[in-house]
Design a protein around this ligand. Structure first.
Ligand code: NAD
Ligand code: UD1
Length: 366
């Protein structure tokens, strides 16, 4: 039996694929590459030494999705596929509602058709909107305040309705806080298009010399140093949360939200300092106006995930910074690289030492 991973070529999806393959699970991946590249999947194969089926399908194309389910024995789904840029979602909201909502409706309809009712869904802490209730528990009322966030909130509500109509479903709604970092190998990481919107990829591009300086959005928040506070979580910890959530949905029926965060908040200035300490790179910055829509403080109470999923984030901010830097340093242009995988889909014994000097020729640690 296989796990279907939608959006498996993306930032979090690739890290989850690595952890799933490393724990000997069979996966099938679907992605339309709207925000990712084939090379990311090549790297997953290289890192794990394992192969898997990939379909370059769009969730909006129900027929292709049906073929994926008829050609594979799928028993559960981890659903990452979605558009995720807050600013863009305000410019093209219908595209976001169509892609995220219609994509999820198609997926659930095909799942139901094939009797697959175990789902782990990528939600976001953005569903909480602005709240003064920190640390945020899952009970805080949902009040998304941008179109992207509303797609996540609406999908959560839709999935609750689905469960109530048929209690044989089992669904975990994973509300991620701020995923950063990269795989410790430096082979996979976040590869944003154009100028990054989010803090850590922006800092990384300043460090590598692609951007001159960081703009810190707001120095007058009611926080210890005036800059915004967030709960940054290492993407590998987050990926492992999906393995725990899969165990949970396999063993039960129901629908439950879970915060995936560390429970600790860091300010923008603390992140800059941690990055400089971890990498010995200087990050020039300038404090500018607040970014509209930003909250002052946002961090999780992750106790429910600990108690019910047996999951806890293990990696600290230093490791998040170091791994981000290795990925950025060795892949200054992200995944824009020549094809390194043989026609069979398995990796050549390729020399990756120029990307990741600590790896041997097969991509494994010395
Ligand atoms: P990502 O953009 O790197 O990955 C999403 C993947 O889904 C991409 O590879 C994209 O090509 C694919 N995709 C999008 N629409 C598709 C469609 N209709 N059919 C097939 N494939 C499609 O994003 P990510 O950072 O890996 O995020 C994964 C999920 O987690 C998203 O749903 C996102 O909203 C959610 N999330 C991300 C963050 C974050 O900070 N990265 C935070 C909270 C929630
Ligand atoms: C953003 C999204 C959120 C999404 C999350 C993870 C917005 C309003 N929210 O959250 O919905 O779930 O990303 O992808 O976009 N900062 C700077 N300079 C920068 C970039 C960011 O100072 O160039 C600051 C921000 O003001 C904030 C912190 O860094 O205080 C983190 O920002 P970011 O990484 O964009 O994440 P969020 O705003 O928390």
């Amino acid at each position: 039996m296989a796990i279907l991973v939608t959006g498996g070529a993306g930032y979090i999806g690739t890290h989850a694929c690595v952890e799933l393959l490393n724990s000997s699970q069979e996966i099938v991946v679907v992605d339309n590459f709207s925000n990712s590249k084939q090379e990311a999947l090549n790297r997953v194969r290289l890192l794990t030494g394992k192969d898997f089926r990939f379909y370059p399908a769009d969730l909006l194309d129900r027929k292709s999705l049906t073929s994926v389910f008829s050609e594979n024995e799928i028993d559960s789904v981890v659903h990452f596929a979605g558009l995720k840029a807050v600013g863009e979602s305000a410019v093209v909201p219908l595209r976001y509602y169509d892609n995220n909502l219609t994509g999820t409706i198609n997926l659930c309809e095909v799942m139901r058709e094939f009797g697959v009712k175990k789902l782990v869904f990528s939600s976001s802490a953005t569903v909480y909107g602005h709240t003064n209730n920190v640390p945020i528990t899952e009970e805080v009322p949902l009040r998304a305040n941008n179109p992207y966030g509303r797609t996540k909130q609406m999908i959560e509500e839709m999935l609750v309705d689905l469960y109530e109509s048929d209690p044989t479903w089992s669904i975990a709604l994973l509300r991620y806080f701020n995923p950063i970092g990269a795989h410790e190998s430096g082979l996979i990481g976040e590869d944003p298009n154009g100028i990054p919107n989010n803090l850590m990829p922006y800092i990384a591009q300043v460090a590598v010399g692609k951007i001159r300086q960081l703009h810190i959005f707001g120095g007058d928040y009611p926080t210890k140093d005036g800059t915004g506070i967030r709960d940054y979580i290492h993407v590998t910890d987050l990926a492992n949360g999906h393995l725990k959530a899969l165990n949970y949905v396999r063993d039960s029926t129901g629908i439950q939200p879970f915060n995936l965060g560390t429970g600790r908040g860091y300010s923008v200035l603390e992140v800059v300092e941690a990055f400089e300490n971890a990498t010995k790179k200087h990050i020039p910055y300038r404090i500018v106006d607040r970014r509209p829509g930003d909250a002052a403080v946002c961090y999780a109470n992750p106790e429910k995930a600990l108690n019910e999923l047996n999951w806890v984030a293990e990696r600290n901010l230093e490791q998040m910074c170091r791994d981000t830097w290795h990925w950025q340093q060795w892949n200054p242009n992200g995944y824009e690289k020549k094809q390194l995988i043989s026609a069979s889909g398995l990796p050549y014994a390729t020399d990756y030492t120029h990307i990741a000097p600590h790896l041997n020729q097969k991509g494994h640690k010395h």
